[in-house]
Design a protein around this ligand. Structure first.
Ligand code: THU
Length: 164
Protein backbone atom coordinates (compact mmCIF):
# COMPACT_ATOMS: atom_id res chain seq x y z
CA UNK A 1 0.00 0.00 0.00
CA UNK A 2 1.28 3.49 -0.88
CA UNK A 3 0.98 6.41 1.44
CA UNK A 4 0.18 9.68 -0.32
CA UNK A 5 -0.05 13.27 0.79
CA UNK A 6 -2.00 16.23 -0.52
CA UNK A 7 -1.00 19.82 0.05
CA UNK A 8 -2.96 22.96 -0.69
CA UNK A 9 -1.69 26.44 -1.25
CA UNK A 10 -3.73 29.40 -0.01
CA UNK A 11 -3.25 32.99 1.07
CA UNK A 12 -4.72 34.86 3.99
CA UNK A 13 -5.39 38.60 4.11
CA UNK A 14 -5.93 40.08 7.55
CA UNK A 15 -8.07 42.84 6.03
CA UNK A 16 -9.82 43.43 2.65
CA UNK A 17 -7.31 46.22 1.91
CA UNK A 18 -4.63 43.57 1.49
CA UNK A 19 -6.47 41.94 -1.44
CA UNK A 20 -5.64 42.85 -5.04
CA UNK A 21 -8.09 45.30 -6.63
CA UNK A 22 -10.15 42.73 -8.54
CA UNK A 23 -10.55 40.48 -5.51
CA UNK A 24 -11.29 43.43 -3.24
CA UNK A 25 -14.07 44.71 -5.53
CA UNK A 26 -15.70 41.29 -5.73
CA UNK A 27 -15.35 40.78 -1.99
CA UNK A 28 -17.01 44.16 -1.43
CA UNK A 29 -19.95 43.05 -3.58
CA UNK A 30 -20.24 39.87 -1.51
CA UNK A 31 -20.18 42.05 1.60
CA UNK A 32 -23.03 44.15 0.17
CA UNK A 33 -25.04 40.98 -0.49
CA UNK A 34 -24.87 40.06 3.22
CA UNK A 35 -27.72 42.50 3.87
CA UNK A 36 -30.02 40.53 1.52
CA UNK A 37 -29.63 37.29 3.49
CA UNK A 38 -32.75 35.71 4.93
CA UNK A 39 -31.36 33.96 8.00
CA UNK A 40 -33.91 34.24 10.80
CA UNK A 41 -33.02 30.82 12.20
CA UNK A 42 -29.22 30.77 12.27
CA UNK A 43 -28.79 34.57 12.32
CA UNK A 44 -25.63 33.88 10.30
CA UNK A 45 -25.86 36.11 7.25
CA UNK A 46 -23.70 35.29 4.24
CA UNK A 47 -23.25 37.10 0.91
CA UNK A 48 -21.66 35.85 -2.29
CA UNK A 49 -20.66 37.42 -5.60
CA UNK A 50 -19.79 35.42 -8.71
CA UNK A 51 -17.65 36.98 -11.44
CA UNK A 52 -18.32 35.67 -14.95
CA UNK A 53 -15.95 35.71 -17.92
CA UNK A 54 -17.93 38.49 -19.62
CA UNK A 55 -17.51 40.74 -16.59
CA UNK A 56 -21.01 40.29 -15.16
CA UNK A 57 -21.31 39.83 -11.41
CA UNK A 58 -24.15 37.75 -9.95
CA UNK A 59 -24.84 38.12 -6.25
CA UNK A 60 -26.50 35.77 -3.80
CA UNK A 61 -27.14 35.35 -0.10
CA UNK A 62 -28.21 32.53 2.16
CA UNK A 63 -31.94 31.84 2.20
CA UNK A 64 -33.25 29.81 5.12
CA UNK A 65 -36.51 27.98 5.65
CA UNK A 66 -38.53 26.74 8.59
CA UNK A 67 -37.92 23.24 7.25
CA UNK A 68 -34.18 23.70 7.82
CA UNK A 69 -32.70 21.57 4.99
CA UNK A 70 -34.81 23.47 2.45
CA UNK A 71 -32.63 26.55 2.81
CA UNK A 72 -29.59 27.24 0.66
CA UNK A 73 -26.14 28.74 1.20
CA UNK A 74 -25.18 32.07 -0.36
CA UNK A 75 -22.60 30.44 -2.64
CA UNK A 76 -25.10 28.09 -4.24
CA UNK A 77 -27.78 30.78 -4.56
CA UNK A 78 -25.26 32.91 -6.50
CA UNK A 79 -23.79 30.07 -8.58
CA UNK A 80 -27.15 28.58 -9.55
CA UNK A 81 -28.51 32.02 -10.32
CA UNK A 82 -25.49 32.70 -12.55
CA UNK A 83 -25.87 29.38 -14.35
CA UNK A 84 -29.62 29.81 -14.78
CA UNK A 85 -29.37 33.43 -15.90
CA UNK A 86 -26.26 33.16 -18.03
CA UNK A 87 -25.85 29.54 -19.12
CA UNK A 88 -22.57 28.74 -20.82
CA UNK A 89 -20.76 31.78 -19.45
CA UNK A 90 -17.65 30.68 -17.59
CA UNK A 91 -17.31 31.32 -13.87
CA UNK A 92 -14.04 33.09 -13.10
CA UNK A 93 -14.19 33.65 -9.36
CA UNK A 94 -16.47 33.76 -6.35
CA UNK A 95 -16.26 35.94 -3.25
CA UNK A 96 -18.00 34.97 -0.03
CA UNK A 97 -18.45 37.24 2.98
CA UNK A 98 -20.09 36.82 6.35
CA UNK A 99 -20.32 38.83 9.49
CA UNK A 100 -19.46 36.17 12.05
CA UNK A 101 -20.03 36.53 15.76
CA UNK A 102 -16.37 35.87 16.50
CA UNK A 103 -14.40 38.70 14.86
CA UNK A 104 -11.46 36.56 13.71
CA UNK A 105 -13.53 33.53 12.63
CA UNK A 106 -12.47 31.73 9.46
CA UNK A 107 -15.37 31.79 6.99
CA UNK A 108 -15.01 29.19 4.24
CA UNK A 109 -17.60 27.44 2.03
CA UNK A 110 -19.33 24.27 3.23
CA UNK A 111 -18.66 20.93 1.58
CA UNK A 112 -21.80 20.97 -0.58
CA UNK A 113 -20.91 24.40 -2.00
CA UNK A 114 -17.37 23.21 -2.73
CA UNK A 115 -18.83 20.30 -4.69
CA UNK A 116 -21.01 22.70 -6.70
CA UNK A 117 -18.01 24.93 -7.42
CA UNK A 118 -16.15 21.85 -8.66
CA UNK A 119 -18.98 21.11 -11.10
CA UNK A 120 -18.63 24.50 -12.78
CA UNK A 121 -14.86 24.34 -12.66
CA UNK A 122 -14.98 21.07 -14.59
CA UNK A 123 -17.79 22.23 -16.88
CA UNK A 124 -15.90 25.30 -18.04
CA UNK A 125 -12.46 23.69 -17.69
CA UNK A 126 -11.34 26.77 -15.85
CA UNK A 127 -10.23 27.22 -12.23
CA UNK A 128 -12.59 29.21 -10.00
CA UNK A 129 -10.74 31.59 -7.69
CA UNK A 130 -12.29 31.70 -4.23
CA UNK A 131 -12.07 34.74 -1.96
CA UNK A 132 -13.78 33.93 1.31
CA UNK A 133 -13.87 35.43 4.75
CA UNK A 134 -15.28 37.71 7.36
CA UNK A 135 -16.45 41.15 6.24
CA UNK A 136 -13.50 42.82 7.94
CA UNK A 137 -11.10 39.87 7.58
CA UNK A 138 -9.40 37.49 7.79
CA UNK A 139 -9.96 36.44 4.17
CA UNK A 140 -8.71 33.24 2.61
CA UNK A 141 -7.86 33.13 -1.11
CA UNK A 142 -7.63 29.83 -2.97
CA UNK A 143 -6.75 29.49 -6.66
CA UNK A 144 -9.26 26.79 -7.49
CA UNK A 145 -12.19 24.86 -6.06
CA UNK A 146 -10.41 21.53 -6.44
CA UNK A 147 -7.88 22.65 -3.83
CA UNK A 148 -10.70 22.97 -1.29
CA UNK A 149 -12.07 19.53 -2.05
CA UNK A 150 -9.31 16.97 -2.29
CA UNK A 151 -10.29 13.46 -3.43
CA UNK A 152 -13.64 14.88 -4.45
CA UNK A 153 -16.50 12.93 -5.97
CA UNK A 154 -15.96 13.48 -9.64
CA UNK A 155 -15.41 11.48 -12.78
CA UNK A 156 -16.92 8.54 -10.96
CA UNK A 157 -18.17 7.12 -14.24
CA UNK A 158 -21.53 8.89 -14.30
CA UNK A 159 -22.43 9.67 -17.87
CA UNK A 160 -23.21 13.30 -18.49
CA UNK A 161 -25.79 13.84 -21.18
CA UNK A 162 -24.51 16.31 -23.73
CA UNK A 163 -26.59 19.48 -24.05
CA UNK A 164 -27.01 21.09 -27.48
N1 THU B 1 -23.99 29.28 5.03
C1 THU B 1 -23.69 29.87 3.85
O1 THU B 1 -24.51 30.59 3.26
N2 THU B 1 -22.47 29.67 3.33
C2 THU B 1 -21.49 28.94 3.92
O2 THU B 1 -20.41 28.82 3.38
C3 THU B 1 -21.73 28.31 5.21
C4 THU B 1 -23.10 28.41 5.75
C5 THU B 1 -25.31 29.54 5.61
C6 THU B 1 -26.24 28.37 5.65
C7 THU B 1 -27.16 28.75 6.80
O3 THU B 1 -28.17 29.62 6.30
C8 THU B 1 -26.26 29.54 7.73
O4 THU B 1 -25.16 29.96 6.96
C9 THU B 1 -25.78 28.75 8.94
O5 THU B 1 -25.19 27.57 8.57
Amino acid sequence: MKEKELRIRYSVADHPDQLNEKDRKLFLMATQAVSTAYAPYSKFKVGAAVLLADGKVVKGSNQENMAYPSGLCAERVALFSASAGFPGVQVVSIAVAADPLAPDATVTPCGACRQVMMEYEKLYEHPIRIITGAVKGPITVVENAGALLPLSFFDAGLQKEELD
